[in-house]
Design a binder for this molecule. Sequence first.
Ligand code: HEM
Length: 360
Amino acid sequence: MLAHSPSSTSRSGTIGLGPKETHSPYLPYASHSELPDLADTQQPHITVVVRPRKSRFEGLANAYSGVSWILGFKEKYSLALLIFFGGALIGFCLGRTMMMSPANVRELTVSGEWFWYRKAVYKPCIFIHIYASIISGIFAVFQFIPAIRRRAVILHRINGYMTLALLIPSTICGSVVARRAFGGDLNVQSAFYTDGILIVFSAGMGITNVRRTRTHRKWMLRTVAFASVPITARLTTISARHIISDIGSYYAVWRCDQLRYVMTDVDEVSQLYPQCTQPGVNLAKTFVAVHAAVKGNGLEYGSTVRLTFGMSLWIAIVIHVIGVEIYIRKTESSNQHRRGFVLEKYADDVDDGESLTGDR
Ligand code: HEM
């Protein structure tokens, strides 16, 4: 109350307002003359601060910012991207864990695929690919959490080497299997090989630049983006399969021995594909056209996958290449470090291994 009474202030002199009044930092008023005269109002001075009620979205936004801060992200949208793309990668890998059972690979891969994968050349490759890609896909996501890099760089290194030790053999084995995947069409093969080369090349660049953290980060982002191409391709192929089935005039080529492996009823084969049941026919050298229809039998469904998978892979490669480059350019600020009050750009060719644990 002392502060609100002009008489008491001048009496005590503690506020030090003389003829030349100066502002006191301890009073909410700029000068002595601004002090309210309580004698006029005789009311206690109460300030009520009304805060607007927090909306649910504000609460969510605060929770999001909190988690983003704890995980160490600098860009607002990085956590959202991690949830979306990392979630898709982990979700896909967990969803395909059922393929870790050999019986499921035989039963659940697209019709006709097991005809090739049961053979000695491909069998170990498909299983190495399935096991290694699922495990490495799950572990890869943790490499993109900045808090782990900053607070437990050793964990980042161990997990990184483990992920790569699985990802590279998985990609090589995937590429071996690609020779026969989905009919062994050149379109499918070339797309898988291109993706495989992109993955191994970027992973190699990432490893060789392990001490140049900015360059390392870019190549590792690319590696995971390219490794996820087949996931986007699987999504694209779903709509493409329905579109070509609705159009109704698409046919895929099947080799008779593979066709008869899928369609075991000889009468049915002789009715629908008589070339495959001719006496003395060389089944490995005779080919027939099978109509593509998602709601048809195993052969017809398999034809829709054969016809659309190569195209879907190419589309996915383009999307992932452009997408990851946009992300890398948008997050250039992550390639800066703090010197006093100034953010300075790191040169890519500077050996800044020390900053692995720094503000990045
Ligand atoms: C994180 C990335 C990947 C995961 C989790 C993954 C997982 C799998 C799984 C579980 C299968 C078994 C078939 C199925 O589930 O339908 C499979 C098949 C296959 N994968 Fe991958 N894969 C990945 C990336 C790649 C890459 C980068 C390539 C090529 C370089 C590749 C090539 C293949 C091939 C050719 C097949 C056989 C397709 C078939 O005939 O069904 N995959 N993959």
